[in-house]
Design a protein around this ligand. Structure first.
Ligand code: PMP
Length: 281
């Protein structure tokens, strides 16, 4: 496994960073994940735009100029990736002393990229159970920060309760999962939380909205509420690695008779079609 670290290509076991790296000390950094199908990154422009947005939010100016498109192409080539997940992480870099306030705008950021194998879905995934939990995270969930303690604690809590994911609520509104966005189906329409500071603007979320509109399904970008949960017909999660993941159960409440609902199924097929078109391009 060949990884990229600060301009060099090295074996994963030889890639080392300083213990004074602000990523290690403060989780002062951001990341991005891109799926690769048949050696080609999927929805790359959208992922690169989000990466630029994250870098700007942290004022990581020096990391903006790197050609990430070429970096990803090389990563795929050097590792001979067929299907995979590219992971890119940028931290503010190492400084002489631990200090909350970044010492200088000139600190060289630490840029790391690796790729791991992925088995793409070509069939309909088994529906999963999720757990409803209070969203305890901060108020800038729109930044793809490497500081994921809230997400990890919530994922762990969901797992302890037998859930594959959590569905998070804040002040009565459903925000997202710990590593996925959600779509609720009611009366043939899709509902998903708006892309504001309370959620990570998922690339799969945007793509699902686009596919739904192409299918003539109305999408309402308004958070579903905890009170509305009794009225939903179908529920699914979206993320780059999960694609469209049907949900069969929220805690003990069964959804869509525990099966994959018709709208979810239609969108899963539209998603697979879009991947096929991507491979043929
Ligand atoms: N929300 C959160 C909190 C996430 O970490 C992720 C990514 N794993 C998503 C949503 C989905 O984003 P994407 O579709 O870009 O993978």
């Amino acid at each position: 496994n060949i990884v990229y670290l600060n301009g060099s290509w090295v074996a994963a076991e030889d890639a080392k960073v300083s213990v004074f790296d602000r990523g290690f000390l403060f989780a002062d950094g951001i990341y991005e994940v891109v799926t690769v199908y048949s050696g080609r990154p999927f929805l790359l422009d959208e992922h690169l735009q989000r990466l630029q947005r994250s870098l700007k939010a942290l004022h990581l100016q020096h990391a903006l100029d790197l050609d990430y498109r070429q970096l990803i192409a090389q990563l795929i080539e050097r590792n001979q990736v067929d299907n995979g997940l590219v992971y890119i992480q940028v931290t503010r870099g190492a400084e002489a002393q631990r200090s909350h306030l970044p010492q200088t705008e000139m600190t060289t950021p630490t840029i790391f990229a690796t790729v791991s194998p992925l088995t793409p879905h070509w069939d309909t995934p088994e529906p999963v159970r999720v757990c409803l939990l209070e969203d305890i995270r901060w108020l800038r969930c729109d930044i793809k920060s490497i500081s994921l303690l809230g997400n990890i604690m919530l994922k762990q809590e969901a797992a302890n309760r037998g859930g594959a994911e959590a569905i998070l609520h804040r002040n009565g509104s459903i925000t997202e999962g710990t590593s996925a966005n959600y779509f609720a189906v009611r009366d043939g329409k899709l509902w998903t939380a708006p892309a504001d500071h309370l959620i990570l603007p998922g690339i799969t979320r945007i793509w699902t909205i686009e596919l739904a509109r192409q299918c003539g399904i109305e999408v309402i970008e308004q958070a579903f509420t905890v009170n509305d949960l009794d009225t939903l017909d179908e529920l699914f999660l979206t993320s780059s690695s999960r694609e469209i993941q049907p949900v069969a159960q929220i805690d003990d409440k069964i959804i869509a008779a525990g099966r994959v609902g018709p709208i979810t199924q239609r969108l899963i097929e539209a998603f697979h079609d879009s991947k096929r078109r991507h491979l043929e391009q």
